[in-house]
Design a binder for this molecule. Structure first.
Ligand SMILES: [Zn+2]
Length: 114
């Protein structure tokens, strides 16, 4: 995924919300799956560059990477997939499937107190 495009869509979402709230956004938290391959530093850099001249200038961007979720076909439980532990933490079965990577999500925006 291209960080500049991601930064642009995140910025647009925050600006839209800021307009509704009529206040300045201070920080935002986004999350994405580890396989989304968004480079945190590159994303912050791109965001800083395009937020220049908007109310989002200087906004603190927190990026949380979510582990891949797996689903065990034997005991029907879901767990965070760990490359070092290739079986279900509950029943130790290795008959599981990986669930789709978490999409990029804007989780929360922190606004300045009015
Ligand atoms: Zn299991």
């Amino acid at each position: 995924m291209h960080e500049a495009a991601v930064a642009q869509s995140v910025l647009e979402a925050i600006l839209a919300e800021a307009k509704k709230q009529k206040t300045k956004p201070l920080a935002a938290k986004i999350s994405c799956g580890v396989f989304n391959n968004v480079n945190n530093e590159a994303l912050r850099f791109a965001f800083d560059a395009i937020s220049e001249g908007t109310v989002c200038k200087g906004l603190k961007l927190n990026i949380e990477q979510k582990p891949i979720q797996a689903h065990c076909k034997k005991c029907d439980s879901s767990f965070a997939f760990d490359l070092h532990e290739m079986n279900c933490p509950k029943c130790r079965s290795d008959d599981f499937e990986l669930l789709p990577d978490a999409p990029l999500l804007l989780e929360e925006i922190e606004f300045e107190e009015k």
